[in-house]
Unconditional design. Structure first.
Length: 702
């Protein structure tokens, strides 16, 4: 039967993960700093190990395989990585050296490691079964065996369950079989297995993780600023050139003004390679189709979660306090938050879709121009006049040189931003923080952020350079405008080139919008599909858990019914056979109230056992409670009462008289077929009843 997963259990699992990661790296730092002088740290080694044992013990005392799937899926690999570092690699080696003077606690490593391994083996053996509720018996039995082994080695007052460090002592003989499973401490001291390269990168201590998160946040801020600044510089330059009509104006006055300029040829070929107008329309239509599917999935998830929460609420209303699983509304909070965020994004994307569709209508007329063939566009542009263009040749040459320099600076900005982004993506800050030596975490972070800060400074210099080039281009363009003359053919050609340039710019803008929308919808579709799969798994697991819980409650009621009948028969037997132990009316009333309260509660009533004078009581007043229901054997139809029940002595001489009724102390339960019924009294003699074939048989006469 799976153990219960309580809120405390979840906190313990969090504590387990955080403790193990931190303690593992503490040992790693010890290894690096103490240079092998382990005779100085047995107490510290025992302290670290005791903390680890404490975390394991508390965590694995509260594991629920029915409800803990999502938690374990999230953290199991991390736990196993930490476990492996302790029990198979160098961590074990260096912790074991702390046991030189206190070897007693090695058995905890074995038993608690088996708890992790048992769950891992069970999960690996049932990979194809979605919720672990379908394999709860198998996982639960393996965990139970591992926990039994642990309990057999750890007494109730063992300091492994406390924060203080136990004092070293010898290993009891009963624990030697567990110690035998450990690698030899001497072997560990002499070497042991070495971890693979990068082994310690698998586990991150809490302080290192916090510093790494700080670095990543600041790195992302720098990268965002670098990208924003690089884009802003290039956009500023492009808008300045567009306002001056460059480079279209000088292309119209080029030395060979016939046909299409090379720049326009390349842009037109690229547009046609992307499908032209049909390519954009196809991407927009596909985006809208995926958006519709995303909304359908989101609605399905909402309905699934609402239906499951409704069924959970109905069970809570029906069973009251007996219904122990956590509310679905609590477990679904994360899913609902993700769903709300996705639906909000879909709403924003719908507004963006409308903007793109408006652009398609707005630019439709100008795009007819770029839908023509190259020859048709060339005829529309017409030919220029060579002699008229010759007058502007020096100014055109000066502008071309400046534009080439500007293009080079813009390319450098793009390359700089890409280089920084690529390098930052492979930065292993965790390794740097873990092996920082005497450096502080802040100094390591600043050291790794310096290239990004240098990149921002370099962009500032590039921005200054671009602004200087723009000023030079504006001055050169004025000279060009005053020199180009009034030839109508050149004017027609220049206007045509500008129209094609604007149409291509608008095409690229909407094409990028359509691509961005399609990428967004593909990404959110994957996210919603995964969310729906998670919701389906959750609903399936909760459905199985609900059925198990209902069966569990039914078994509990069945056991309560049997316990009530057995209690009634036993108390009747005690009342008849032992009149001198009749209690006073006041305790009797209290016990009757407790019996009635027990019948209405979720726990089965505790039978009142006879206890001779001077001996500890059974399950009566002040006695220990019955073991939990999952540790009780199932009732047999022909079960005999345990040996602790009172056996009436043989009759000697006189006749036995039943005790007088004591005002309300015991009211026999209603007689039902198949249950024990007191026989009628005849002539003062007690006649034992014949066997009734029910759940309870009276004990034999002695």
């Amino acid at each position: 039967m799976p153990l219960e997963m309580t809120d405390l259990g979840r906190d313990n699992l969090d504590f387990l993960i955080n403790t193990l990661t931190a303690q593992a790296h503490e040992c790693y730092y010890l290894k690096a700093s103490l240079d092998g002088t382990f005779d100085k740290i047995p107490k510290l080694g025992a302290s670290l190990a005791a903390g680890v044992f404490n975390a394991y013990a508390r965590a694995f005392k509260s594991v629920d395989t029915r409800e803990g799937k999502a938690y374990y899926d999230k953290n199991l690999s991390k736990m196993l990585s930490v476990k492996r570092s302790f029990y198979e690699g160098e961590m074990w080696n260096y912790i074991a050296k702390g046991f030189i003077k206190g070897r007693k606690y090695g058995h905890h490593i074995v038993a608690l490691s088996n708890c992790v391994s048992a769950y891992q083996r069970a999960q690996e053996a049932n990979t194809g079964l979605q919720p672990p509720a379908t394999v709860s018996d198998k996982i639960g039995s393996r965990l139970s065996r591992a926990m039994s082994e642990h309990r057999s080695a750890v007494s109730d007052n063992d300091t492994v369950y406390h924060e203080d460090v136990p004092s070293p002592s010898e290993v009891p003989p009963a624990e030697e079989k567990l110690i035998a499973k450990m690698p030899s401490v001497d072997d560990l001291i002499n070497g042991g297995e070495k971890p693979d390269d990068g082994f310690f990168g698998e586990i991150i201590p809490v302080n290192v993780q916090g510093a790494a998160d700080t670095f990543k946040r600041r790195r992302d801020e720098h990268l965002t600023e670098i990208k924003r600044k690089a884009d802003a510089i290039r956009e500023h330059a492009d808008k300045k050139l567009e306002a001056m009509g460059l480079p279209g104006s000088i292309e119209a006055y080029d030395a060979a003004p016939s046909g299409l300029p090379d720049r326009l040829k390349n842009d037109l070929n690229e547009a046609q390679a992307n499908g032209g107008l049909d390519g954009i329309a196809g991407k927009v239509a596909k985006s809208l189709s995926i958006a519709e599917e995303c909304n359908r999935i989101a609605s399905t998830v909402v309905e699934m979660l609402a239906k499951e929460e409704k069924e959970d609420t109905e069970c809570r209303q029906k069973w009251g306090d007996k219904w122990t699983p956590r509310p679905s509304s609590v477990l679904n909070q994360t899913k609902r938050q993700q769903l709300d965020a996705n639906r909000s994004q879909l709403g924003q994307a719908a507004n963006a879709d409308k903007i793109v569709q408006d652009k398609l209508k707005k630019y439709e007329a100008s795009w007819r121009l770029i839908s023509q063939s190259e020859a048709e566009i060339a005829r529309m542009l017409g030919g220029g006049a060579d002699k008229a263009a010759e007058a502007s040749t020096p100014q055109i040459r000066a502008l071309k040189e400046l534009l080439t320099k500007l293009t080079g600076v813009k390319d450098e900005i793009v390359a700089l931003a890409k280089e920084i982004d690529d390098k930052s993506g492979v930065t292993n800050i965790v390794t740097a923080l873990t092996s920082r030596g005497g450096k502080s975490e802040t100094s390591v972070i600043e050291e790794y952020l310096k290239p990004l800060e240098d990149a921002v400074e370099a962009l500032n210099k590039k921005e200054t350079e671009v602004n200087e080039l723009i000023s030079s281009i504006e001055a050169a363009n004025k000279d060009f405008e005053s020199s180009k003359g009034d030839d109508p053919r050149l004017k027609q050609r220049e206007d045509g080139i500008q129209r094609v340039t604007v149409a291509l710019r608008e095409y690229r803008e909407v094409l990028n919008n359509a691509r961005e929308g399609l990428d967004f919808y593909n990404a959110i579709h994957d996210a919603l599909k995964k969310l729906m799969d998670d919701a389906e798994g959750f609903v399936t697991a909760r459905d199985m858990s609900r059925r198990e819980e209902i069966e569990h409650i039914a078994r509990r009621f069945s056991q309560m019914s049997v316990s009530e009948e057995a209690r009634a028969a036993v108390e009747q037997n005690e009342r008849v056979a032992q009149p001198q132990h009749v209690r006073s009316e006041q305790p009797q009333q209290r016990e009757e109230e407790r019996y009635r309260a027990g019948s209405a509660s979720s726990a089965p009533p505790q039978p009142s056992h006879y206890s001779p004078q001077g001996q500890p009581g059974g399950y009566g007043y002040g006695a220990p409670q019955q073991p939990p229901y999952w540790q009780q054997p199932p009732p047999s139809q022909y079960a005999q009462p345990p040996g602790g029940y009172y056996q009436p002595p043989p009759q000697q001489g006189g006749y036995y008289q039943p005790p007088p009724q004591q005002g309300g102390y015991y009211q026999p339960p209603p007689q039902q077929g198949g249950y024990y019924q007191p026989p009628p009294q005849q002539g003062g003699y007690y006649q034992p009843p014949p066997p009734q074939g029910g759940y309870y048989q009276p004990p034999p006469r002695q």
